[in-house]
Design a protein around this ligand. Sequence first.
Ligand SMILES: [Fe+2]
Length: 507
Amino acid sequence: MESEKEIIARGSLKQLAAALSKAGMLIEASITDDMLKEVDPSALAYELIEGKSSEETLHIVKREELQKAIDRIMEQKQPIKIEVNRSSDYKPLAAEIDAQYKIMTREAEHTNGTVNDFVLYFRDRLDRMRQIIGTHNSNGQFLQNLAHINDYASGREVYIMGIVSRKIITKNNNIMIELEDEEDYAKVIFMNGSSKEAQELYTNANSITNDEVLAIKGKISGPFVIASMIVWPDVQIKQQKKLEQDINIAFLSDIHVGSKLFMEKNFSKMIRWLNGDADHSQMELVGGIKYLVISGDDADGIGVYPNQDKDLAVSDMYTQYKMLFDFIDAIPDYIQIFIMPGNHDAVQRAEPQPPLPQELIGDFKKDNVHIVSNPTYMSLHGLDVLGYHGTSLDSIISAIPNNSYAVPEKAMVELLKRRHLSPIYGGNIIVPSKKDNLVMDVVPDILHMGHIHKNGTAKYHGVTVINSGTWQGRTDFQVRQGHIPTPCIMPVFKSKDYTVTSIDFNR
Ligand SMILES: [Fe+2]
């Protein structure tokens, strides 16, 4: 009887043959399962198809050719050697400081995605937003439930709150939204009036998105509420914190290890910089880095979009992560590193995303490296840092006027105003858990994201907003979209003066 191992090995050869036949390739009969023991068949198929001449209609893969392709893959698996020469007189201040951090993960509980799960999810969102909006100074007005709102007489002033379930432009060019709470709904009209105030309100109403929670002040008029004011959950002014010891925090995202466009030389240069190979003028900055936050798209992944294998330099997923951790290993041990997944990483796509699983981490283990969920709240030396990959920025940029891929920080501010990391339902996949873990219940001191591949920083009500760009060159997709990324620029936040310095590793 065949052992279980033999059956799996046979499966690999079958898998390889199936992948090759689609490209008009066959395998020589002398090729056996045991040749494939060490390699991933899909990675091997990719190597072989790459090597096939386009004129050939039928190609038979010989033993030697297969062995060469296997050798090339095994070569990719060799550990990356990052030459780090740390000078003996480099004495980074951060190495003398004890780390003080707390990780507050925002993982989703498992749900079955039933209608009831969604109802509970949106109820929780509404409930928690009600608490946030309830803390606003609203001149003595209290939020009213939507129950019976349609029975009120015209002229009555109301202050209502709900989830935006619909937004349309009416025949008369007014904006109408439907607000829903647990019990009822209201139709709210924003008049396209000519006064300055009316125009301002109308412009603001234009940026209302589906599924966000907000409050409206207005007057009943027949079956409608005529709005006079929008109250977003928003953030109150955050005061700058004075820390016991000043520290610096570096931010990375969208490294895309494994992509043909991963800028490995520049990334290695950045790793050497973290080890003190820096200009004299930057020594204080680099030596003060105590924390490094990486917010996703750590590796390029496989099968993220159709025909991605054409864009991969390393087609084996495990090798991609092995390479990533080889780089991470070369970062000084006194720097605490927090690694989140993004939409390219090999974890569940629906957000909140769990941390990278052990099978991708392998036997890599270091006390200063923390594998965390997306999103994650971190307290770093007393600073509240919220890291999120930023997948929802796509839907925000397309839904809100005057937003674009050139200014990701603006879209991030829109999320802060909504106190939610992913307000528009359906733009990106969300796990409908009993608790909406994408609500920003705590206003962070620093909000960090990536995903857009464009650096950007802003200050909003005292919150430092950082998008840390990418380490991947311009993709064909970005060329078609007219989007210009800003690779190899690392932002570093200084707690001493709350400034962000961008270090350019392009030269
Ligand atoms: Fe990315």
